[in-house]
Write a protein that binds this ligand. Structure first.
Ligand code: GBH
Length: 466
């Protein structure tokens, strides 16, 4: 039997996905194109020329996929809505058929006792809004808030927990800075403007989701110096990656040192009076996505980070700090090449709790890619993923023990899926997908997660099982 990991019995244990990574059916039922359709169909953007056209056909297989979630015993399922399914042009009339898919999904989850956690935006901007300027344009923030209200009118009675944005750092600095993500633009000033309008959209949307639990998900990294002379490198990268989003959202101000680092990039003329107060809308929780630690130097060898899969032609996502290098320490890595560093998760959670106003935290993504294959007996042996998840859930328990109000954890990902610029070459799932047949196979890690969830419910002092 799996050992309980020391988590509170009411700790939420779920799994996460994102619309473009799993749904496929990109032209079905009136869906409009998003920037990821355009980007993935542009030669040279995605490893192997992969696209999300078919992905794992979740749009057609939703009922069976929810049955898989129920079999794993998930408390909650974190998914995102494809904005261009609901509003094909990103504004105006609702596409009822697209909306109905999410109604059916939510109803199926509720029927199975799984809490739906809805993310409004996981990177797939309607192409029509990109054509009108995209996130560097202020109007996009208002279009996002209207879309949020539309979704809330449709599902606010059944979905309790809403996340506005997934990882605005990626949307801004990978989408408009390095160009490794859609829409593939490469301009530091645009990236900074995009970050502002993403956060503004978040703040505007948060006010239009009354009666719901509302949060935003940031991808935060532990950050360490490679050597004794690297404190400035840490300050810069922690600044752009973490504080550039945490400070506006939770404190209502931009970090002055990061603004100074960006002096040669932008004068922040796009920030209007009152914006930061809007951005700092009161929140019910903060979502933290954690994968690894950044170890940085300005003083020695290293390579880029956020510079994409080998062979893709992209720029730097670190405007004003392009000279910082990223160093590996020789720890074991995942198939993404990311060093496995569970203590970094404790560090990140504790840091957010102690340096910012207290609010409930959730790990909204954590997981690892490995090159899994189906064995002759039909199973998938992925002991490295089990070890990764076990270590990071123990890190969650440690954070809780230190007084961090961490309330839950979502494994990334429920299924193998379209891993953005890496295409289908990297597998993060608890459930294996054979892309030729769309056959799903629960991996050993999925079985391990199921028994871990059950054991957590039986933990000493647990009271009534949920
Ligand atoms: C999360 O991003 C995403 O929310 C999720 O959709 C994704 O599938 C998951 O992580 C796993 O990557 O290596 O230069 O090509 C985490 C932050 C940003 C890390 C994009 C990987 C790829 C940049 N990710 N990055 S690069």
């Amino acid at each position: 039997m799996t050992e309980p990991l020391g988590l509170p019995a009411d700790f939420v244990l779920g799994a996460a996905t994102a619309a473009y990574q799993i749904e496929g059916a990109v032209a079905a039922d009136g869906r409009g194109p998003s920037i990821w359709d355009t980007f993935s169909h542009t030669p040279g953007r995605i490893l192997g020329g992969d696209t999300g056209d078919t992905a794992i056909e979740h749009y057609r297989r939703m009922a069976a996929d929810v049955a898989t979630m129920a079999a794993l015993g998930l408390d909650a399922y974190r998914f995102s809505v494809s904005w261009s399914r609901v509003q094909p042009d990103g504004r105006g009339a609702v596409n009822q058929a697209g909306l109905d898919f999410y109604r059916r999904l939510v109803d199926a989850l509720l029927d199975n006792g799984i809490a739906p956690w809805l993310t409004l935006y996981h990177w797939d901007l309607p192409q029509a809004l990109e054509d009108a300027g995209g996130w560097p344009s202020r109007d996009t923030a208002h279009r996002f808030a209207d879309y949020a209200e539309t979704m809330h009118a449709a599902l606010g009675d059944r979905v309790r927990t809403w996340t506005t944005l997934n990882e605005p750092w990626c949307s801004a600095f990978l989408g408009y800075g390095s160009g490794v993500h859609a829409p593939g633009r490469r301009d530091g000033a645009d990236a900074v403007r995009a970050a502002h309008h993403l956060m503004l959209g978040h703040g505007l949307a948060a006010r239009r989701l009354p009666g719901s639990e509302v949060g935003v998900t940031l991808n935060l990294y532990a950050t360490s110096p490679a050597g004794p002379a690297d404190d400035d490198a840490v300050r810069r990268i922690d600044g752009l990656q973490n504080r550039f989003f945490l400070d506006p959202v939770l404190l209502g101000r931009y970090p002055a040192d990061v603004v100074a680092d960006l002096a040669g990039v932008t004068d922040f003329g796009h920030v209007r009076d009152g914006d930061l107060a809007t951005i700092a809308a009161p929140l019910d929780f903060l979502g933290v996505n954690y994968y690894t630690r950044n170890v940085v130097t300005t003083d020695g060898p290293g390579d880029g980070a956020g510079h994409g899969a080998p062979g893709l032609d992209v720029g730097s996502p670190w405007p004003g700090s392009e000279h910082v290098r990223f160093v590996r320490r020789g720890l074991p890595t995942t198939a993404m090449g990311w060093e496995i560093d569970a203590p970094g998760l404790v560090e990140v959670l504790h840091r957010v709790h102690t340096e910012y106003p207290a609010l409930p935290l959730y790990v909204t993504e954590n997981g690892a890619a490995f090159h899994d294959t189906v064995a002759a007996d039909g199973g998938v042996r992925d002991p490295e993923r089990v070890a990764y998840l076990d270590a990071h859930l123990r890190a969650c328990a440690e954070a809780v023990g230190k007084g961090v109000p961490l309330r839950g954890y979502f494994a990334w990902s429920l299924f193998d899926n379209f891993e953005w610029s890496w295409g289908y070459s990297r597998r993060f799932g608890l459930v294996h997908v054979d892309y030729a047949t769309q056959r799903r196979t629960v991996k050993d890690s999925g079985d391990w997660y199921r028994t871990t969830i059950a054991a957590t419910r039986r933990a000493p002092g647990a009271g009534d099982p949920r």
